[in-house]
Design a protein around this ligand. Structure first.
Ligand code: ATP
Ligand code: ZN
Length: 291
């Protein structure tokens, strides 16, 4: 497949765990495109961007080879593939860990106790590097699916597999004993594309939009009425990005205060605002925040 035209090309997962959050993010940025997944390509109507829907395993390779300029894929697969790509932006979804796990009832506690053992994994490169760095020789059995079944089937005494909540491990009576790597979805780029001025400009424009949508998710926009006497205290609790906006009201004893509150501390801040005397507190999501 040859790169054509001036459009950026972005490879995303066609059908899997990253698909919906990826599409949600692209839409949150205001990109308009079709998601008729039977098609391989979708052109954006309002940005010089084409989406390519592929299997996640192929994304790093397509990016490294310049079939596409950009990809959105789990860091776990970038590391595993070993292809030469640049990570531009972690996206804060698709969180997971690659872990070493053994049967729940096994006496094994430390990875050193797996010396000489058979380990099933669909991440042979990452697992291989992990065990060598611990000086533990194991025999890796590459499997492509249902890795968690390997110990029960007697194929291996342990596994190296991805987990997010640990629930699949638990269901299969497995217990994690160490973490090989942690991962989230990220935007990756072809290194040569970053060197080309025209491409670079478009990539930077796209990244600015993605960052704006990601930052906005961290905040809520909060508006409230505050008695003037309580203003100092309210300002301290809700200082916002620089300082809160204060709007005079018809009633000279009251002002309206507009501010951004970090999602992380949201309820604590709201409680303090109420205690300080704020009332009629309105909260809305922020769509984009350019900082
Ligand atoms: P494909 O058909 O595209 O090859 P897949 O079945 O290999 O899909 P998914 O299971 O959809 O892949 O996972 C895609 C990515 O989601 C993983 O590579 C990883 O980065 C991330 N992920 C997040 N949580 C988990 C989890 N609990 N298990 C596996 N992957 C997870
Ligand atoms: Zn895959």
């Amino acid at each position: 497949m040859q790169q054509s035209g001036q459009n950026l090309r972005l490879a995303i997962q066609k059908d899997g765990r990253l698909t919906q959050p990826t599409l949600d993010l692209l839409r949150a940025v205001g990109l308009e495109f079709e998601t008729y997944r039977a098609r391989l390509f979708a052109a954006c109507r309002n940005f010089e961007l084409e989406l390519l829907y592929v299997r996640d395993d192929d994304i790093s390779e397509y990016v490294a080879e310049g079939v596409v300029d950009l990809g959105i894929v789990g860091q776990n697969l970038v590391v595993e593939s070993g292809f030469d790509v640049c990570e531009l932006l972690p996206l804060r979804f698709g969180y997971c860990s690659l872990v070493v796990a053994v049967p729940k009832d096994s006496t094994i506690q430390r990875v050193e106790e797996l010396r000489g053992a058979k380990i099933a994994t669909s991440y042979p490169q990452s697992a291989g590097r992990y065990f060598s760095s611990h000086g533990v020789e194991v025999s890796l059995i590459p499997v492509s699916g249902s890795v968690e079944l390997a110990p029960a089937l007697g194929v291996a005494s342990g596994i190296v597999e991805l987990t997010a909540t640990g629930s699949t491990l638990r269901i299969n009576d497995l217990r994690a004993i160490d973490t090989v790597l942690t991962s989230q979805a990220a935007v990756i780029a072809n290194p040569a594309a970053l060197e080309r001025l025209e491409k670079r400009r478009k990539i930077d424009r796209l990244l600015m939009r993605l960052r704006a949508a990601l930052v906005a998710r961290d905040y809520k926009y909060v508006m409230m009425n505050v008695p003037k006497a309580a203003l100092r205290q309210v300002e301290e609790v809700a200082h916002g990005m620089k300082s809160p906006t204060i709007v005079e009201l018809a009633d000279p004893n009251w002002v309206a205060v507009h501010t951004a509150v970090r999602e992380e501390f949201f309820w604590e801040v709201i409680e303090k605002l109420r205690d300080a005397g704020a009332s009629e507190i309105l909260v809305s999501p922020i769509e984009k925040m350019i900082v």
